[in-house]
Design a protein around this ligand. Structure first.
Ligand code: T46
Length: 139
């Protein structure tokens, strides 16, 4: 399998509607923003700052991550290089293609990580050992 170019993985802007009467903001993820139909939504919260989530890759699943509240770092690894992206705005989301190892760390107090994904839950789609990921990549 080829190595996805990590430099092409970017934060996508989510439409933000600021209320003219000062009632706060509303953001909306519309279908054109994502290259997949959303099949599942889950969220991480109450994550201790010392904890790491993720630590796996997906064979097929594509994912859009949003820091609904607070901040955390996403470490991306394509089997060849690593890149760290901080999520800290509810009007930005990170689109992670399949075949990318990810680790989520440095969660701030009150951080909430929303995950919109392309597949139903299937444990066989996970590669949870880094050595298996390297083999999957053909390294
Ligand atoms: C990802 C990161 C950001 C389910 O039963 N159903 C589900 O839909 C999910 C997502 C998980 N689970 C079970 C599987 C495990 O027994 O919940 C437990 C914790 O899952 P996991 O260890 O995979 O959690 P994270 O935070 O390491 O990873 C999750 C997602 O699994 C993964 O797709 O990219 O969040």
């Amino acid at each position: 399998m080829s190595y996805p170019n990590l430099e092409k993985i970017e934060l996508r802007k989510i439409t933000k509607i600021s209320d003219p009467d000062g009632r706060g903001n509303l953001s909306v993820v519309e279908k054109d923003l994502l290259p997949f139909a959303i099949k599942r939504v889950y969220y991480l919260y109450d994550v201790p700052s010392s904890s790491t989530r993720g630590g796996h890759a997906h064979k097929e699943l594509q994912q859009f991550l949003i820091a609904l509240s607070g901040s955390f770092d996403v470490v991306l690894d394509n089997g060849n290089q690593r890149r760290v992206i901080t999520l800290n705005r509810p009007d930005r989301g990170l689109l992670i293609p399949n075949g990318v190892w990810r680790e989520l760390e440095n969660f701030s107090s009150g951080a909430v990580c929303l995950s919109l994904v392309s597949e139903e839950y299937d444990e066989s789609d996970y590669i949870r050992e880094y050595e298996d990921f390297k083999l999957f990549k053909g390294a």
